[in-house]
Design a protein around this ligand. Structure first.
Ligand code: NAI
Length: 697
């Protein structure tokens, strides 16, 4: 049963019971409707209370039904709310804990609402690129007032019930209680059971003293803040309809807005992201109830750029960390950087002094491996050289307690090889953080051949605790993210060979929505890193074709922002990328040397070569089992590489363009003699999906 029915004296109590948050799925809607009809037919029942069991009144739509025909099956949410509102006995919503989306819309259809203080109330549909489609845009402004309702609908953010109850003139809540809300609602229902007419939110007026001016002002604000997302403005127009139109006309306009948003690529992308986030933490062959190893103490080896950032994650989560280095100076430098980062947060008012002190108190340092003997997890972030990793892991194997998880933050080295330096390869795993490690959301969890399932499960759970988005990757050169970015960077290089300037490529990528184009990104990360990798690759993969332009740049000592010059010029202390005549000249010479055929290249071709290179490589990763699912690849790019959120990640974008069209474009690119034709052969998985008329997701 997804809803229960009981009678207390003269009051029927209908309790939604669809864990975890009483989502309003088909079965629940049907059960509530049946309860209302039963109560209406029972002469002994004078009034009705609707509430939720467990942790919520209702969290809204049932996400298991999202996008399926069941979501619309009758009684759909609109019909259920209409039934509730039209009931000839008073219905009181007894609201507690969480009341969101469709849950709030259902409550607004009731004649009275009583809330427990502390209840979180929201209409979060805008976060999925939608608007509240079951009357929320029409009833909330009527019950709460136009301005606070618009704020809630456009932001999607939760507000506590007692705050809303303080809005002057509000009719959203008849009462706020601290005691048991169902008892209070039953008592209230008895009191109002004879009162007629029944109050209905639809009969209230949504008024604003300067509606036109207010909405014009709000339009400018909301439009400016939500450039790439159509939903917030649509929400606003729907709320404006609550003021301007009759209730039924406003409802019609709301439904039209909802249907239109449902079809936008932005909403598709946000809904994709919502599910991708939830599914990323699941690993096919690791059961969800795998017992976890306890992690109470963490060790970090290397107090450099990454070690410091990694350490902060754990301090922030309240876990003690011991940092180990080879020299005291390195430790001092590492600790000073951590302090500097925290102090900047304190200055900005983002961190309280006492919290800062608490976090620093969790940090200890050492030069001695024996001090890591009681750590449950040890993360290595030393120089990217296999010999250094070997020495570290051999020493760890000596001192770490049995069952301790030994993790490497390596970005390019073979995790299986690193594991083989120990006698406990089952305890070794890759934890690939992104720089700056205390800020970037992404964590690639690299699963070695021998990595134990409970190690994986523990690291995935720990990632949540330190607020990272963890995605599992198999072992390969570059794992998911960097192996893909290499193909993207290669395309960026070919585009230069063919006559594009760095800023032309960057502008096209940024117009598409990337946080930063490939050349500004290179200047930020340091072009020497790629240079070193390419030197190694030329030995390991001699056939791989690259534009030599980046090597020519590095030969000039232009490593990027850190040397004050890279693909662009930089003024001291500033980060503005200024197109460089030196680079222009270097590129002209380079093109001459390779007898390049140059041409004008459109922004669309630039973007598609960059993005489809990611897509084709990702299809190989999926085929090889390095990535578990296409949506994981999207999570990697959305959280680690600045891919535009509203496009849902490279795979979601490819699906939106249509895989047939993607492959057609790849065939065109393959014919370009300046490009690497062989690379553009569609990955077998991609070819198969096109042949079957399917998509990645
Ligand atoms: P870094 O050069 O800033 O820091 C390395 C630190 O390790 C130095 O402080 C050094 O003194 C210390 N160290 C060297 N050998 C040691 C040893 N035997 N025992 C203890 N400490 C030792 O380097 P960074 O950038 O922090 O990189 C560290 C690791 O993280 C590398 O494996 C790198 O590939 C990886 N990584 C780096 C990213 C980045 O953007 N910088 C991103 C993701 C991973």
């Amino acid at each position: 049963m997804t809803a229960h029915y009981e009678v207390r004296g003269s009051v029927a109590v209908i309790t939604l019971d669809n864990p975890p948050v009483n989502g309003l799925g088909f079965a629940t809607r049907t059960a509530v409707a049946a309860g209302v009809e039963r109560a209406e037919a029972d002469a002994a029942v004078k009034a009705i209370v609707i509430t939720g069991a467990g942790k919520a009144f209702s969290g809204g739509a049932d996400i298991k039904e999202f996008g399926s025909p069941k979501a619309l099956a009758e009684p759909n949410l609109l019909s259920l709310i209409a039934l509730v509102e039209a009931c000839n006995k008073p219905i009181v919503a007894a609201i507690h804990s969480v009341c969101m989306g469709g849950g709030l819309e259902l409550a607004l259809g009731c004649h009275y609402r009583i809330a427990q203080s502390g209840t979180k109330v929201a209409l979060p549909e805008v976060k999925l690129g939608l608007l509240p489609g079951a009357g929320g845009t029409q009833r909330l402004p009527r019950a709460l007032g136009v301005e606070p309702a618009l704020n809630m609908i456009v932001s999607g953010e939760p507000v506590e019930a007692q705050m809303l109850a303080m809005v002057p003139g509000q009719k959203l809540f008849d009462k706020i209680v601290d005691a048991d809300v169902v008892d209070a609602a039953v008592k209230f229902a008895e009191e109002v059971s004879e009162k007629r007419p029944l109050p209905k939110v639809r009969e209230l007026k949504a008024r604003h003293p300067n509606a036109d001016a207010y909405f014009q002002f709000a339009r400018n604000m909301v439009g400016g803040m939500s450039k790439n997302f159509p939903a917030p403005l649509r929400c606003l127009e729907a709320v404006a309809g609550a003021v301007k139109l009759k209730f039924d006309d406003g409802m019609r306009a709301e439904r039209e807005g909802f249907a239109a948003l449902m079809l936008t690529p932005e909403s598709k992308a946000l809904r994709h992201l919502f599910f991708a986030e939830r599914v990323a933490s699941k690993i096919a062959d690791v059961p969800e109830d795998t017992p976890l190893r306890a992690i109470a103490k963490v060790g970090v080896i290397g107090a450099g750029t990454m070690g410091g950032g990694i350490t902060m994650n754990f301090l922030n989560a309240g876990l003690p960390v011991t940092m180990l280095e080879t020299k005291q100076e390195a430790l001092d430098r590492g600790v000073a950087t951590i302090r500097k980062n925290y102090e900047a947060q304190v200055k900005k008012g983002k961190l309280k002094e006492d919290k800062y002190a608490q976090r620093m108190a969790l940090l200890t340092t050492t030069l001695n491996y024996a001090d890591l003997a009681d750590a449950d997890l040890i993360i290595e972030a030393v120089f990217e050289e296999i010999a250094v990793k070997e020495s570290v892991f051999k020493q760890l194997d000596e001192v770490a307690k049995p069952g301790a998880i030994l993790a490497s933050n390596t970005s390019t080295l073979d995790v299986d090889k690193i594991a083989s330096f120990t006698k406990r390869p089952q305890d070794v795993v890759g934890m690939h953080f992104f720089s700056p490690a205390n800020v970037m959301k992404l964590l690639e969890v690299v699963r070695g051949k021998a990595t134990a399932k409970d190690v994986l499960a523990t690291v995935m759970a720990l990632a949540k605790k330190i607020r990272k988005t963890a995605v599992v990757s198999g072992v390969c050169d570059g794992f998911i993210g960097n192996r893909m970015i290499e193909q993207y960077s290669r395309q960026a290089g070919f585009l230069l060979d063919e006559g594009c300037s760095p800023s032309q490529v960057d502008k096209a990528a940024e117009k598409f929505g990337f946080a930063m184009g490939p050349f500004r990104m290179g200047d930020l990360a340091g072009n020497d890193i790629g240079w070193a990798i390419r030197k190694r690759r030329h030995v390991e993969k001699p056939g791989m074709k690259y534009s030599a332009s980046a090597d020519r740049l590095c030969e000039l000592g232009r490593f990027g922002q850190k040397t004050g010059a890279g693909w662009y010029d930089y003024q001291p202390g500033k980060r503005d990328a200024i197109p460089s005549p030196v680079v222009e000249e270097m590129l002209a010479k380079h093109r001459e040397a390779i007898a390049a055929k140059t041409r004008d290249i459109s922004d669309e071709e630039i973007v598609h070569r960059l993005v489809f290179a990611l897509v084709n490589e990702a299809a190989h990763l999926l085929e090889e089992g390095i990535a578990q699912r296409a949506s994981d690849v999207d999570m990697v790019y959305l959280t680690g590489y600045g891919f535009p959120i509203w496009r849902g990640g490279p795979m979601c974008y490819a699906d939106t363009v249509g895989l047939f069209n993607v492959v057609q474009a790849m065939k065109r690119f393959a014919k370009n003699p300046m490009d690497d034709g062989a690379f553009w052969t569609p990955a077998p998985l991609l070819a198969r999906l096109v042949a079957e008329g399917k998509s990645f997701t």
